[in-house]
Design a protein around this ligand. Structure first.
Ligand code: UDP
Ligand code: MG
Length: 309
């Protein structure tokens, strides 16, 4: 059977949300009147989500479960969704119902008008801590400034993509991934639609600060050399200061002044430059580590159970 829509939902310990997700997605997709599938990617859940996904798939043949062998992370789960999706249009949605499935109707309309990527822009966000709101806002703006790809502001992974776009993304097998950046990078005819991001339906966020931070580093290193250029910038600035300071110091020395001499000045200069050098080394390390991961070329994910056929 020809599938028109593939909905991808990454699942990490979402037992409280699964049946409601299934119910709301089914309702919305049935109203569109075309064949669809729901790909539930179980990202190594440790609660009863895995069994629930299997149960749901038994009852509803439109559900296709992809069960990972362990937790690989949200971005990788999305990637597996792309790999298994068969539809002409592919939608990524969070399992916690923060992204309202009802918006897919509007996305599908834009797609029918000829847009190849329809992304959802968060106009308002409900039920999130000021810390999350603030770091998220800062993150989107920082990424926008320093990356070479113009990734729309306040936009998550919730989007509909045409088959053409998904086929491009499937070829991009980079290990450290930032899916929304990859989708912007691919180009095509893109449009945003605004929505109000709801609070999490149930359960706790699966994105602790550590994971958010890693995602931010992936976004920056994956789409720009800016951090590496910062090192060059620091090099020029400190070399410039040193060159300017040289004649001043020689002059002061010759005229017998005692200004600028002493241990504290030397120590500070050494500490400052040592610090800058270590930071630059660390930045270099981030890129080299990524190169190493690419060279190893391990599979992006391991599935315990893939969907039938
Ligand atoms: N998720 C995942 N693997 C992870 C962390 C999260 O598949 O390691 C899924 C999670 O189940 C949810 C989506 O990614 O469907 C977004 O996670 P969450 O709602 O916790 O993030 P937040 O909305 O708080 O940023
Ligand atoms: Mg969420």
């Amino acid at each position: 059977m020809k599938i028109t829509y593939s909905i991808i939902a990454p699942i990490f310990n979402e037992k409280e949300n699964l049946s409601e997700l299934h119910r709301r997605v089914s309702e919305v997709m049935d109203s569109l009147g075309e064949a669809w599938e729901l790909i539930l990617v179980d990202d190594g859940s440790t609660d009863s989500s895995t069994d629930m996904i299997r149960e749901l798939a038994k009852k509803d043949k439109r559900i296709r479960p992809v069960i990972f062998a362990r937790n690989f992370g949200h971005q990788i789960a999305i990637t597996a969704g792309w790999d298994y999706a068969r539809g002409d249009a592919v939608v990524i949605i969070d399992a916690d119902l923060q992204d309202p499935p009802e918006l897919i109707v509007e996305m599908a309309k834009k797609w029918r008008e000829g847009y190849e990527v329809v992304y959802a822009v968060r106009k308002e966000r409900e039920g999130e801590s000021w810390f999350k709101l603030w770091t998220a806002s800062l993150f989107y703006r920082l990424i926008y400034r320093i990356t070479d790809v113009k990734i729309p502001l306040d936009t998550g992974d919730f989007r509909l993509m045409d088959r053409k776009v998904v086929n491009v993304l499937k070829q991009m097998r980079e290990k450290h991934r930032f899916p929304r950046g990859m989708s912007s990078w691919a180009g095509f005819k893109q449009i945003g639609i605004e929505y109000k991001r709801a609070a999490r339906a149930a359960g706790e966020t699966k994105y602790p600060f550590r994971k958010m931070f890693r995602l931010a580093i992936n976004a920056v290193t994956g789409f720009s050399y800016f951090p590496l250029q910062v090192a060059t910038f620091f090099g020029f600035v400190s070399a410039g200061i040193a060159i300017l300071a040289m004649p001043v110091v020689i002059y002061l020395r010759a005229s017998g002044s005692q200004a600028f001499f002493g241990q504290a000045t030397t120590l500070l200069a050494v500490l400052f430059l040592g610090g800058v050098q270590l930071i630059c080394l660390g930045i270099l390390g981030e890129y080299i580590g990524r190169l190493y991961d690419e060279a190893k070329d391990r599979p992006l994910y391991i599935v315990r159970d893939a969907p039938e056929e």
